[in-house]
Write a protein that binds this ligand. Structure first.
Ligand SMILES: C[S@@+](CC[C@H](N)C(=O)[O-])C[C@H]1O[C@@H](n2cnc3c(N)ncnc32)[C@H](O)[C@@H]1O
Length: 225
C-alpha cells in the first residue's frame, strides 16, 4: 500500500502559463508534520534554502508561504517536475519562492552561485523522499554537495523512510523496500547508520533524529565541530 509513496499522481490542471501542476497524495499527508519540525530548525531568521528533488513543487510552495523570511530555491532532475514546480509557483505568487532550476545531484558541479542559482553559504538544504528512490551514489553526492555549499551553521534536512540499526521500523516499510528493489535493484530504504557515515565522510554530523508519522523520519545534519 505504501508503494504509492513514490508514485506521482498526475492531476492535470491547466494553469495560466499552460504548465501542468502535479498533485501528490504524499504531500497532503506529510507537509504539515514536516513544517512543524522546520519551525524548530529554521531559526536563523533569514537566508537561502535550497530544496533538492522538489518533485511536484508543493512542499517548496508551502514552505515559502510559511517561512517568508527565507528565500526558497526549488530544483529537480525531471523536466516535468520543473514545469510543475513553476506552475505551482506562478499560481501561489509567493515573493520568496524562486523559479526552479534543473539539478541532478549526481553532477559534480551544482552551479551554486551562478545566475538564477542559489548563493553559496546556504542556511539549509532540504531533501524529501529521494534517497530511497535513487542509487546510493545520489545520497553520497547529496552529502558531498551539502558539505561544499552549506554555510557554517547550515543544515541538511532529510525526510523519508529509513531503517534503524539494520532493521525496518515497520512491516509496511519492509514491503515498500522490497517493491522498491524489485523496481530497481539500486534503490532501497537506507539505514540511518549508513547515511550518518556518509555525513561523517563529508564533515557533517547527525544532530537530530525526529520520528514522523507513517514510519518516516526527519534527519537534521550540521557541520561537525
Ligand atoms: C518520490 S519523488 C519525491 C518528490 C518530492 N520531494 C516529494 O516528496 O513529493 C523523488 C524525486 O527525486 C528526484 N530525483 C531522483 N534522482 C535525482 C537526482 N539524481 N537529482 C535530483 N533529483 C532526483 C525525482 O525527479 C523526483 O522528483
Amino acid at each position: 500500500m505504501l508503494f504509492i509513496r513514490f508514485v506521482m499522481v498526475y492531476k492535470k490542471k491547466e494553469t495560466q502559463a499552460n504548465f501542468q501542476r502535479i498533485d501528490t497524495p504524499a504531500f497532503h499527508r506529510n507537509h504539515s508534520y514536516i513544517i512543524e519540525v522546520l519551525k524548530s530548525e529554521l531559526v536563523s531568521g533569514q537566508g537561502n534554502i535550497m530544496e533538492i528533488a522538489s518533485g511536484s513543487g508543493q512542499h517548496a510552495m508551502v514552505f515559502a508561504n510559511t517561512f517568508p523570511e527565507y528565500v526558497f530555491w526549488p530544483s529537480d532532475l525531471n523536466p516535468d517536475h520543473i514545469r510543475s514546480i513553476e506552475a505551482w509557483r506562478q499560481d501561489a505568487s509567493v515573493d520568496n519562492l524562486k523559479s526552479p532550476f534543473k539539478l541532478d545531484v549526481l553532477e559534480k558541479n551544482w552551479g551554486i552561485g551562478k545566475v538564477d542559482r542559489p548563493p553559496d553559504g546556504l542556511d539549509a538544504i532540504i531533501n524529501i523522499n529521494m534517497v530511497h528512490i535513487s542509487p546510493i551514489e545520489t545520497a553520497e553526492n547529496l552529502f558531498k554537495g551539502s558539505c561544499l555549499h552549506l554555510g557554517i551553521n547550515g543544515k541538511l534536512i532529510l525526510y523519508g523512510p529509513f531503517m534503524k540499526n539494520g532493521a525496518h521500523t515497520a512491516p509496511s516499510n519492509s514491503d515498500f523496500d522490497n517493491r522498491l528493489r524489485e523496481s530497481n535493484p539500486l534503490w532501497g530504504i537506507r539505514d540511518i547508520e549508513e547515511v550518518s557515515t556518509l555525513a561523517k565522510l563529508n564533515h557533517l554530523v547527525l544532530n537530530r533524529l525526529v520520528p514522523m508519522p507513517s514510519n518516516n523520519f526527519m534527519l537534521i545534519f550540521g557541520r561537525r565541530e
